[in-house]
Design a protein around this ligand. Structure first.
Ligand SMILES: Cc1ncc(COP(=O)(O)O)c(C=O)c1O
Length: 457
């Protein structure tokens, strides 16, 4: 099928549904062990999973082991892992340098709850990458964004925060608002309503969180004009609706407007941090926030988060005005892993190499899409990439909701049965880690090519 004879979108969606139906049966037949494990799990774990985003129908794959760039499920099926823990494993699974560092640390103790010298070393490593002077450690991205918001409230003396519609910043109350709101309830695109994403959010919290569209400076200006907003928290490049990039000048405008109204700018780099480039998205876009939240890949597979800020912000903690606490903060095992990640594994050269390998994969996918004339395109940000089932790049959550989920789901289902593991949420993206090979990366393109051939036959 060539670009000139492209198939109508409705017809493609019908074909995609047929592929999904067939592949679902294949999936059920080849994952009997995962099904049995999930049934046992459901007796003691809601949805049979430790975190709700791990659940999907009819059951998730249950994993026995993982190394480098692959995982194996309890049925013995092997997958090239493009999910990499939702982007948490830029170092790959169980990198030898992480293992060495953790094993050495095990000989010296797992938890001190009093400082260790590695706290300072790792803070310097982050300081060098993000150009922010002071850092603290947490155990997750959720804690990192929660603490960064508290610091912003401390320094401004203001209560309200503003976030972007469709943005995910972890599972604390203030940001579990308008994560993926139903469009029917979400109000006008340029002035969205704040919708709680879970039960348990109080009216007070809801009232303190404003929601605006991404890539819309006028909406940001309106939201901050009352000079009562402590912070604007945003992923500089949104990575929870595929990959959604800022329009030219957007982030510069965000910086200008937040400064104008005395609002702290928090870049949530839990996903983009170190995978976007050596200095994270902050380094790539060249816009300096007041606070940065990190997690996922900095821990090399261990649970670590961090937030860094300007002296003005972090002095809140020094002065004892904002309390930042946590028994496991900066624990030596995670510090040892992070030090290995930041010095030995995710070096500038290794990072650039993974990004180039990702480009090669994206080029291969671009060729397949163009040859078939599909209403799809690829997006790259650093070592991450995705196929978005829409003809034009998306600019915000509303655009994302208009993409073709039937096609996206059929591709996901087709891939998993052929050993291509992508994150189950269609809002995610792949990660080419520093240990994926050319062969691994191109396996995705081969299977994608098979899918497209069937879709367009
Ligand atoms: C952008 C972003 N911020 C924060 C978080 C929360 O991180 P964690 O799951 O480590 O709490 C996530 C998790 O996916 C994320 O994608």
């Amino acid at each position: 099928m060539s670009a000139t004879e492209s198939i109508p979108t409705r017809e493609l969606a019908e074909r995609a549904k047929a592929i999904t139906q067939r592949e679902l049966q294949v999936y059920i037949a080849r994952t009997k062990g995962s099904q049995a494990a999930t049934e046992r799990a459901r007796e003691v774990l809601p949805l049979g999973v430790p975190s709700s985003f791990q659940a999907y129908d009819p059951h998730p794959i249950v994993v026995r082991r993982a190394q480098d760039g692959w995982m194996e499920d309890v049925d013995g099926n092997r997958y090239v892992d493009f999910d990499m823990g939702y982007g948490a494993l830029f170092s790959g699974h169980c990198h030898p340098a992480v293992r060495r560092a953790v094993e050495t640390q095990l000989d010296n103790g797992t938890l001190f709850v009093t400082p260790c010298e590695m706290n300072t070393e790792v803070a310097w490593l982050l300081r060098d990458r993000y150009n922010l002077p002071m850092w603290r450690f947490t155990n997750s991205g959720t804690e990192a964004t929660m603490d960064a918001i508290r610091v912003a409230r401390g320094v401004t003396g203001r209560e309200k925060i503003v976030k972007v519609e469709g943005g995910y910043h972890g599972h604390h109350d203030e940001v579990m608002i308008s994560m993926k709101p139903p469009i029917s309830e979400a109000g006008p695109a340029d002035n969205p309503r704040a919708i709680p994403s879970t039960a348990g959010i109080t009216r007070a919290v809801l009232g303190d969180t404003g929601v605006i569209p991404y890539n819309n400076l006028a909406a940001l200006d309106r939201a901050l004009a009352g000079r009562d907003v402590a912070c604007f928290i945003v992923e500089p490049i949104m990575e929870n609706i595929g990959i959604c990039k800022p329009l030219p000048g957007y982030l510069e405008g965000v910086r200008e407007i937040t400064r104008k109204y005395g609002t702290m700018l928090i870049f949530d780099e839990v996903k983009t941090g170190i995978t976007a480039g050596w200095g994270g998205a902050t380094g790539v876009v060249g816009v300096q926030p007041d606070l940065v939240a990190l997690a996922k890949s900095i821990g090399g597979g261990l649970p670590l988060g961090a937030f860094g800020g300007t002296s003005e912000c972090m002095d809140q903690i020094t002065a004892g005005k904002v309390l930042h606490l946590g028994t496991y903060n900066g624990n030596p095992l995670c510090m040892a892993a992070a030090k290995a990640v930041l010095t030995e594994i995710c070096t500038p050269a290794a990072t650039d190499e993974a990004i180039a390998r990702n480009r090669m994969l994206l080029d291969a996918c671009d060729g397949i899409i163009a040859a078939a004339g599909l209403p799809a395109h690829t997006v790259q940000f650093g070592a991450k990439g995705c196929v978005t089932w829409a003809p034009e790049p998306i600019q915000n959550y509303r655009d994302y909701k208009a993409t073709d989920f039937d096609l996206a789901f059929a591709q996901w289902m087709h891939g998993i049965n052929r050993g291509i593991l992508l994150p189950p949420g269609l809002d995610e993206q792949w990660l080419i880690s520093v240990v994926h090979t050319d062969h691994d990366a191109l396996r995705y393109a081969d299977v994608f090519g098979e899918f497209v051939a069937e879709l367009t036959a």
